[in-house]
Design a protein around this ligand. Structure first.
Ligand code: NAI
Ligand code: MG
Length: 346
């Protein structure tokens, strides 16, 4: 039996951190089925070379894989004709409707909040990220519009995923993030649909032990900085979830620590929360931990708990010890030194 894993470093530090995830998985030996890696192309650099950001071959190979790891893409901030972000496209093509981002404080340090242990569950397929934008000329000069799509189906399945995750955690507490005081139709639908999940016939009372709270997104950011310990699982529409999870990453020291998975019913793709970090790309100092933890999270999602635990434990030890850290965590170590240190412990 093998575990087929697609590897898509894409751009920038993706090329430095995805190999870290690979060696961490290889170090697990017989705790997982024998891994079979497939190196796949995507990204903005690829687009500039070939005119294609996400080759059909990459998508087709992924469909044959059990899971995948994605690095990061360097999406330009201005419109580039013919280019569209491959990660956004992949989430849609593989129907990876949930982005799950656990944020955990490990080492107590001055710029870290202690005892943070939360998961942001972000809807991954709609909201403003349907990217239906339009520019017209009106009486006020140029007018730009964007469609924000919230559906009952997507809200229900992300809600179910969030309840499922909450149920598996000690505190079993779910906070629904929205702004339905202003956007009563779109965010209202999200809020109501998630709230109604426990009463679905198909669920049959399964989530009765989960306590539910809700919070407007702006005050949620405030409370996230003031008292992040109140949160356990947070579920949010796409854009709010994107912003909240980067903000939550700041609580625990660095974006270079925070993993995620994009999950659907049939496929899971690990992805560090950070981007391609052009400011440090190529210098060999990117923190590989977010990527290694994304591998662990991916394995955990597939049920390989023991392998996932071994990676997480090794990473936690290295961070807690504080001797081998990259510059984003105040250290002077290189990416490779951190990788070696973690792999040694696995
Ligand atoms: P970024 O996450 O790439 O970088 C933000 C800051 O964090 C930078 O100072 C960077 O050096 C640092 N950082 C990030 N990851 C790190 C790591 N592993 N180790 C050490 N330091 C790390 O976000 P930014 O600068 O806003 O975006 C850069 C590019 O990445 C953009 O083109 C953006 O579109 C893309 N991006 C892609 C994402 C994805 O592929 N899912 C997510 C976010 C941004
Ligand atoms: Mg983001």
């Amino acid at each position: 039996q093998t575990l087929k894993i697609g590897l898509i470093p894409a751009d920038g530090i993706g090329h430095e951190v995805i190999p870290a995830a690979r060696v961490a998985i290889e170090a697990l030996g017989s705790d997982i089925p024998k891994p079979e890696f497939h190196d796949l192309l995507a990204g903005f650099e690829l687009f500039k070379r070939t005119g294609e950001a996400l080759p059909e071959d990459t998508v087709e190979t992924l469909k044959e894989c059990d899971c995948a790891l994605f690095g990061a893409v360097s999406s330009p901030s201005t419109k580039v004709t013919g280019y569209s972000s491959p990660i956004v496209a992949l989430r849609k093509k593989l129907d990876l409707y949930a982005n799950i981002r656990p944020v955990l404080s490990v080492a107590p340090s001055p710029d870290q909040q202690p005892d943070v242990d939360l998961i942001v569950v972000r809807e991954n397929t709609e909201c403003l990220y349907v990217k239906q934008e339009e520019l017209t000329n009106g009486t006020n000069g140029k007018e730009a519009r964007a469609t924000r799509l919230i559906t009952e189906r997507a809200s229900r399945r992300i809600g179910q995923m969030a309840f499922e995750l909450a149920l598996a955690r000690p505190r079993k507490h779910l906070t629904i993030i929205h702004k339905s005081n202003v956007l009563s139709i779109t965010d209202g639908l999200f809020r109501e649909t998630v709230r109604a999940v426990p009463s679905l016939d198909s669920v049959g009372g399964r989530y009765n032990d989960v306590t539910i709270a809700e919070q407007l997104v702006d005050s949620a950011v405030y409370r996230l900085f003031r008292e992040p310990q109140i949160y356990d699982v947070m579920v949010a529409p796409n854009l709010y979830g994107d912003i909240l999870s980067d903000a939550a990453a700041a609580l625990v020291g660095s974006l270079g620590l925070v993993p995620s998975v994009n999950a659907g019913d049939n496929f899971v793709m690990g992805e560090p929360v950070h981007g391609s970090a052009p400011d440090i790309a190529g210098k060999g100092i990117a923190n590989p931990i977010a990527s290694m933890r994304s591998a662990a999270l991916m394995l955990r999602h597939l049920g390989y708990t023991k392998g996932a635990d071994r990676i997480d434990k090794a990473v936690d030890e290295v961070v807690r010890e504080g001797k081998t850290l990259t510059p984003d965590l105040g250290g002077t170590s290189k990416t490779q030194e951190v990788i070696d240190e973690v792999v040694k412990r696995i």
